[in-house]
Design a protein around this ligand. Structure first.
Ligand code: PGA
Length: 244
């Protein structure tokens, strides 16, 4: 099964209006790369400014409801309206900072589908869970709870992001990535049949120009979710090129 790779940039809570210039550099550089898909997920305040320029743009979260009395929240429909085509959901920072549960992530994924957004659903164990030998069970549990029924390759991407590898400079080893991606692939195929084989699985956690090629060579790695290294064209472009 050949799946087109996706390199998604997660800007997290970084970026002001002045960042449009760097986005523009990323957009121009990415336009020359045809062998893989690129996506930038800036803070929501910048989605409208970045969208519609030829590089796909996504949100970093959404509310499960379409509208209503939810101060400070944004719906999937609003992200779509602002020009987003995707949303990162259930990132470990949101699970930790906002107590997001698997069932909430699943409801958000259903909202993304309702609004026509690609849902990038994040899973991954903490260091304590890995050291306790629970990594596989944690990821399987998060997948079972966070993925919506009837997930399709067009609507859903899974991102495996071990929490201990995020922002630490210490990416998972190819062997660790291989093991968990195989577990995820098996779970996707068991639950969604042939469609599960088409769903892309990204790795995230300290992906850099230096390690991208090695990570992309691992079976069942269909791209990357990139944090820090997605903030500049100088770092993001070589990762995208490695995917292509
Ligand atoms: P990082 O973040 O690339 O800075 O480790 C990845 C992520 O949290 O999506």
């Amino acid at each position: 099964m050949s799946r087109r790779k996706l390199v998604a940039g997660n800007w997290k809570m970084n970026g002001l209006g002045a960042s449009l210039a760097e986005f523009e550099r990323i957009r121009q550089a990415a336009a020359a790369v045809t062998g893989a898909d690129a996506l930038i997920c800036p803070p929501a305040t910048l989605i409208a400014a970045f969208a519609g320029k030829g590089l796909a743009v996504g949100g970093q979260d959404c509310h499960a409801k379409a509208a209503g009395a939810h101060t400070g929240d944004l719906s999937a429909e609003m992200l779509r309206d602002a020009g987003a085509s995707a949303a990162i959901l259930g990132h470990s920072e949101r699970r930790a900072d906002h107590g997001e549960t698997d069932s909430q992530v699943r409801a958000k994924a259903e909202a993304a589908r309702r609004a026509g957004l690609l849902a990038i659903i994040c899973v991954g164990e903490t260091l304590a869970q890995r050291e306790a030998g629970e990594a596989v069970a944690v990821v399987e549990g998060q997948l079972a709870g966070s993925l919506p029924e009837g997930a399709t390759a067009e609507g859903v991407v899974v991102a495996y992001e071990p929490v201990w590898a995020i922002g630490t400079g210490r990416a998972a080893t190819p062997a660790d990535v291989r093991e968990i991606h195989a577990v995820i692939r098996k779970a996707l195929s068991a639950r969604f049949g042939a469609e599960g084989d088409k769903i892309r699985i990204l790795y995230g956690g300290s992906v850099k120009p230096e390690n991208a090629a090695e990570i992309f060579a691992v079976p069942d790695v269909d791209g990357a979710l990139v944090g820090g290294a997605s903030l500049t064209a100088a770092q993001f472009l070589p990762i995208l090129q490695a995917a292509a």
